[in-house]
Ligand binder design. Structure first.
Ligand code: PDD
Length: 281
């Protein structure tokens, strides 16, 4: 696999980043994941806009222009022959040459830009979408700026492990009895034909897939309510689903052992997945 590091395209074994890089020492970095279907980048403009916002919110310099980023994405997809899969991009505050809590001078320390691809043949017809995911609920103990897509992924990773241990697919994070989001996706319930998903704030990531799916739902005359919902309301819902760049629209069929509706992927989630994939391809 060919990866990109700070201007160079290299075989992955030859790509190196300093041990003093603040991404490595302090998780001082942001990232994006853009999916690729049929060799095409999905929602690239949205991911770039969110990346720039994340960088701004953290006072981090942008490593290059949006046009250069697009060129790097395309080059990597081509060099690695990616039909279906994703492009991972990470910007960290770089290597100040020593460990220090104070941000380094951006005139001296350049950000580190790393990109790589992951090939996932048949990404769009994932068998999991036909059976749906089971989830458990766990406490949301993450920091208060979940709107910034930082590389601080230890707790989401622990949540995924808790889910795995419980024999299910993912965890929904709960704060004050309310669902914030999944470990790495936005969460939705459907009740009486209405789609309910948490409103945007610093409490959740502003999903790029979420924005697209809400737009498609409105175009299909579906009713959307952007508001918080409790985990109890979720367990009493007709159906549920999550969205992300890697899972697209993934039906959720069980929460904490409680089956939703028929216990099979619901019609709204199924329809939205179809629309999302049709519009993206
Ligand atoms: N995760 N919420 C969280 C906490 C996420 O990490 C993600 C994305 C989303 C969905 O955002 P989007 O639709 O823009 O992918 C919501 C990516 C896919 C990941 O970490 O791999």
């Amino acid at each position: 696999r060919i990866v990109y590091v700070n201007g160079d395209y290299l075989p992955e074994e030859e790509a190196v980043v300093s041990v003093f890089d603040r991404g490595f020492l302090m998780a001082d970095g942001v990232y994006e994941v853009t999916s690729v279907l049929g060799g095409k980048l999905i929602d690239f403009a949205g991911h770039t806009a969110r990346l720039n916002r994340s960088l701004r919110e953290l006072d981090m310099a942008s490593p290059c222009s949006d046009e250069e980023l697009l060129a790097i994405h395309r080059e990597l997809v081509a060099r690695n022959g990616i039909e279906d899969g994703l492009v991972y991009l990470q910007v960290t505050r770089g290597n100040p040459g020593d460990r220090d809590f104070v941000f380094p001078d951006p005139k001296v320390t350049k950000p580190t830009l790393v990109l790589f691809t992951q090939s996932k043949p048949g990404l769009a017809d994932s068998p999991a979408a036909k059976t749906g995911w089971k989830v458990i609920s766990i406490d949301d103990i993450r920091w208060g700026r979940r709107d910034i897509k930082t590389t601080q992924l230890l707790y989401p990773s622990m949540g995924k492990m808790m889910a795995k241990k419980a024999g299910v697919d993912d965890a929904w994070l709960i704060e004050d009895g309310l669902v914030t989001e999944g470990t790495s996706n936005n969460a939705y319930i459907v009740k009486g034909g209405r789609i309910i998903t948490r409103q945007l704030s610093n409490d959740i990531l502003h999903g790029i897939t979420r924005a697209a799916v809400l737009r498609f739902a409105a175009e299909a005359q579906m009713v959307v309510e952007e508001r918080s919902f409790t985990i109890d309301e979720a367990k009493a819902a007709d159906e549920a689903f999550v969205t992300s760049a890697s899972a697209f629209v993934m039906p959720v069929v069980e929460i904490d052992g409680v089956a939703l509706g028929s216990g099979k992927p619901g019609p709204v989630a199924t329809r939205l997945r179809e629309i999302y994939l049709e519009e993206s391809l």
